[in-house]
Write a protein that binds this ligand. Sequence first.
Ligand SMILES: [Cu+2]
Length: 191
Amino acid sequence: MHSGIVPPQGVWWKPAGKQEKLWVSIAFIWCLVLFAMMPFWHLKGAQNPSGIRSRVVPAAYLERVNRFVTEYKVGEENGYPIVEPPPGAEVYLLAQMWRWYPILKLKKGVTYTVHLSSLDLNHGFNLHPVNVNFQVLPGYDYGLKMTPNEAGQVFIICNEFCGIGHHTMVGKIIVEDGPSTAAVEREGTYE
Ligand SMILES: [Cu+2]
């Protein structure tokens, strides 16, 4: 009798056989291939974007979002400000139980840096119907380069369960055609 405490009797251990060695070698080479694929897909896959990542205190992020809203607010919808930043601007979007704040108005074909962060817990940024997914975490500012390629409305859905109001956590991005009126009006006032 043997167990985890009592070792087995006799010579039970034998050096690895030919097939076992072959199997271990193949598995090891495959591990290296998978390991190399991680940086490869990051650089060549066009699906793992390199975001700007930094730590941020949630209160400081909220303050930045509020400043962004005051600066570029162009309207309101259901009590939510509609914010139209100039082309190339830093855009600040806030995730919070249970809302995406504010509503963004962007231009087609213009690249923005969209910052994402949360005030409370882990949320998921999911653009619907386009399949774009990102984790939104409190304490981290994740800046993503985004270029809307279609005019219309896209909805932001939270895809990380975040409590009783999770299913109501829907935000909106309005994408418009043509040159930005905000850019014309504010020309020279932003860096
Ligand atoms: Cu959420």
